[in-house]
Ligand binder design. Structure first.
Ligand SMILES: Nc1nc2c(c(=O)[nH]1)N[C@H]1C(S)=C(S)[C@@H](COP(=O)(O)O)O[C@H]1N2
Ligand SMILES: [Mo]
Length: 226
């Protein structure tokens, strides 16, 4: 299965999508938005080069899967002792987790104080039990988008599979019924419409990582590109 999500380029939507991809690849080549001020921003809430927004922009590749709860399932595999497939009712049986966190998108907007509800990454990890060799995680969405991150980043206390935002089910546009939230990394690491989670001993690039974006993506260290 290809992880790069390049399967839908025809027609108007395809043209718009290609323009977005071209622009973001250009940003990566030019190092757009880099301030070189990471040291000054250590300990600050707003990372360098970011500006605050009150609304919540929608950003994706334009294919927005319309998933009935009955059709949603998440498969978790790779270097783990207990591979699982969760349907909606299985997810609903897991302990609930709530978390308030900030969003930092690589296109420079940040949004504070998002109230999330779902299942914590810590709990998922306790269920699937990654092997010692597992060092990286790759996520894949129902739109064939993918992104990779270090297992240590996924294992952070504030990471979750979110089903609610501000007390309401996450909308289809924002990746419902279930999306990943990784608050301490740029928002492209937070997969919408999550479908697969795969653990590996090797890092493999996701959609934006293959186009010049960083494998880790820490906003306070300006890990936009790399
Ligand atoms: N499945 C999927 N997840 C995705 C994307 C995508 O195209 N598909 N885009 C990423 C990017 S680049 C960003 S900035 C955020 C945007 O999430 P939002 O639309 O809810 O703001 O989702 C990330 N997760
Ligand atoms: Mo993004």
């Amino acid at each position: 299965m290809a992880f790069d999500g390049t399967d839908d380029r025809s027609g108007m939507a395809g043209a718009v999508k290609q323009k977005l991809i071209d622009t973001k690849e250009k940003w990566a080549r030019e190092g757009r938005l880099l301030t070189g001020m990471a040291a000054e921003h250590r300990g600050r809430r707003l990372p360098p080069g970011q500006r605050l927004t009150q609304d919540w922009p929608i950003l994706d590749l334009g294919t927005r899967p319309n998933l009935a709860l009955a059709d949603w399932q998440l498969t978790v595999g790779g270097l783990i002792d207990n591979p699982v497939t969760w349907r909606w009712r299985d997810l609903a049986r897991q302990p609930r987790f709530t978390q308030v966190s900030d969003i930092h998108c690589v296109t420079a907007w940040s949004r504070y104080d998002n109230h999330w509800e779902g299942v914590s990454a810590k709990h998922l990890l306790a269920v699937v039990r990654p092997r010692a060799e597992a060092k990286f995680v790759i996520f894949r969405g129902y739109d064939s988008y993918a992104t990779n991150l270090p297992l240590a980043a996924f294992a952070d206390d504030d990471v979750l599979l979110a089903t609610k935002w501000e007390g309401k089910p996450i909308s289809r546009e924002h990746g419902g019924p279930v999306r990943v939230i990784v608050p301490k990394l740029y928002f492209w690491k937070s997969t919408k419409w999550v479908r697969h989670i795969w653990f590996s001993d090797k890092d493999s690039k996701g959609f934006w990582e293959a186009r010049g974006y960083h494998s880790n993506g820490d906003p306070w260290r300006e890990q936009r590109y790399g």
